[in-house]
Design a protein around this ligand. Structure first.
Ligand code: SF4
Ligand code: SF4
Length: 133
């Protein structure tokens, strides 16, 4: 599917950069990370492809991937990355962003009085934390 510059979600990219403290823009798509990953066969997108989708700001597409849930955070990819990118941290950032994206669906101020009465307090805490994403 063609990607135009209008499709680049810069806000998503900034969040990945902020959370991971890793500059995914420096990735040169060499594929070393994919070659070293012990669980790549279980992934739908290889680590290199995940980096590429992030470089193109494709949050919708990358958020559907299961690769970062499969990532074992073993750091093999990072050791061999010629651009010294902290790939496991990028994977962790994706997990956080996807969780936060779902969390943004929770709006405690829109709950009915009945729901407010019946909902456990821990659910409110969870809801408010989600809204801070
Ligand atoms: S940290 Fe994750 S992506 Fe990197 S090699 Fe290990 S399992 Fe694969
Ligand atoms: S090893 Fe590093 S530079 Fe190469 S594709 Fe993976 S993240 Fe990009």
């Amino acid at each position: 599917m063609p990607i135009s510059s209008r499709d680049i979600d810069k806000s998503f990219q900034n969040k990945v950069e902020e959370i991971a403290s890793a500059d995914f823009r420096r990735c040169m798509q060499c594929g070393q990370c994919t070659g070293m990953c012990p669980v790549v066969e279980q992934m739908d997108f290889t680590p290199r492809q995940i980096m590429h989708l992030i470089q193109f700001g494709q949050f919708e597409r990358v958020s559907q991937a299961r690769s970062y849930w499969t990532c074992a955070a073993c750091h093999s990819c990072m050791v061999n990355c010629p651009r010294d990118i902290d790939i496991p941290q990028v994977m962790e950032a994706m997990r956080l962003l996807v969780l936060r994206d779902n969390e943004d669906q929770v709006h405690p101020n829109k709950l009915s009085p009945e729901q407010l009465r019946e909902m456990p307090q821990i659910a409110f805490v969870s809801g408010f934390r989600k809204l801070t994403a």
